[in-house]
Design a protein around this ligand. Sequence first.
Ligand SMILES: [Zn+2]
Length: 96
Amino acid sequence: MIYVACPFCGSDYTHHGDVEVYVRDRDDGESQITLVNAKSKKTALMKDELNANPSWRRNGIRIWFECEAGCQEVFSITIAQHKGQTWVSGLKLIEL
Ligand SMILES: [Zn+2]
């Protein structure tokens, strides 16, 4: 079993909240975001005006987390497509 740990304090007490899904019609095209708001349980579709897509040219996903212990910082994990590969970043994992 592997747990996501807080990258700030190392605690394995974290929970995920909002999820952003970025899609493009074509490589290097404009991104659209589907935002899933964890608190309101609603979704919204919008343009990626801030160029926040974790993938430079293709699709991406960002999952927001909060630390439940210690520091209570907010951090994210991203998944990005890049030239046929899938990159994952922002992870600090603990194997138990
Ligand atoms: Zn923490």
